[in-house]
Design a protein around this ligand. Structure first.
Ligand SMILES: Cc1cc2nc3c(=O)[nH]c(=O)nc-3n(C[C@H](O)[C@H](O)[C@H](O)COP(=O)(O)O)c2cc1C
Length: 206
């Protein structure tokens, strides 16, 4: 990956792996577009104590995102498991550390999207996605969901919403990402990559 090539930051948090699988589909969608890369990153869990207890490099999965990963991205795909209809605290904690990017307008006119995973079908997929987009709008990003030209949106009996892709993991977190959820996640990543290239070109014209 060259330093000058635009990239989509696929930033997720996942405890039992479902959102991580969705993130990997997002990466596949982004990487199906020429001229742009995907950078997969995660965030560490947060603790109620102030002592840092986790290693700096996670034992498995993506490495932790830095502020520069977000600062220099051409677009952002943000993935979180549902926590009572909201994003998980570790991701919110990361976003709460981005005031400098907000003050400097570093993310203005960059496209963003969100994806989630829930235990139950009506357990807050849409609510989570809608609440995840709020801070992204404050940061000046251009939100892109999933358009109804994706037939999976009308065919699904599990995850998939126009606000972003979702996954139904089941109460035991043992339900795999199904074909429709996978197709929607890839389409979402692909769309984000195309929009990122177009908006990148627009920003370069300034
Ligand atoms: C504190 C907490 C709150 C949760 N809230 C919800 C919820 O409101 N609705 C739901 O369907 N699942 C809820 N879940 C379940 C997770 O969102 C779900 O298992 C998800 O698929 C986990 O994703 P992961 O495998 O990426 O960690 C909650 C889990 C925890 C630990």
């Amino acid at each position: 990956m060259s330093a000058s090539r635009p990239y989509i930051l696929v930033l997720y948090y996942s405890r039992s792996g479902a959102t991580r699988t969705m993130a990997e589909q997002m990466v596949a969608g982004v990487e199906s577009i020429a001229g742009i890369d995907a950078r997969l990153r995660t965030v560490p869990p947060v603790s109620t104590t102030c002592e840092a207890v986790d290693p700096e490099i996670p034992a498995e999965g993506a490495v932790y995102a830095t502020l520069d990963d977000l600062r220099h991205c051409a677009g952002l795909a943000l993935g979180s498991p549902t926590r009572f209809g909201n994003m998980a605290a570790p991701l919110k904690h990361y976003l709460d550390g981005t005031s400098e990017l907000w003050i400097n307008g570093a993310l203005i006119d960059k496209p963003a999207t969100a994806f989630t995973s829930t235990a139950s079908l009506h357990g807050g997929q849409e609510a989570t996605l809608l609440t995840m987009l709020v801070p992204l709008l404050h940061l000046g990003m251009v939100y892109a969901g999933v358009p109804y030209s994706e037939s999976g949106l009308t065919e699904t009996t599990s995850g998939g919403t126009p606000y972003g892709t979702s996954h139904l993991a089941g109460t035991a977190s043992d339900r795999s990402v199904d074909d429709i959820e996978r197709t929607l996640a890839r389409a979402q990543g692909k769309r984000l990559a195309r929009l990122a290239l177009a908006l990148h070109a627009l920003r370069e014209e300034k």
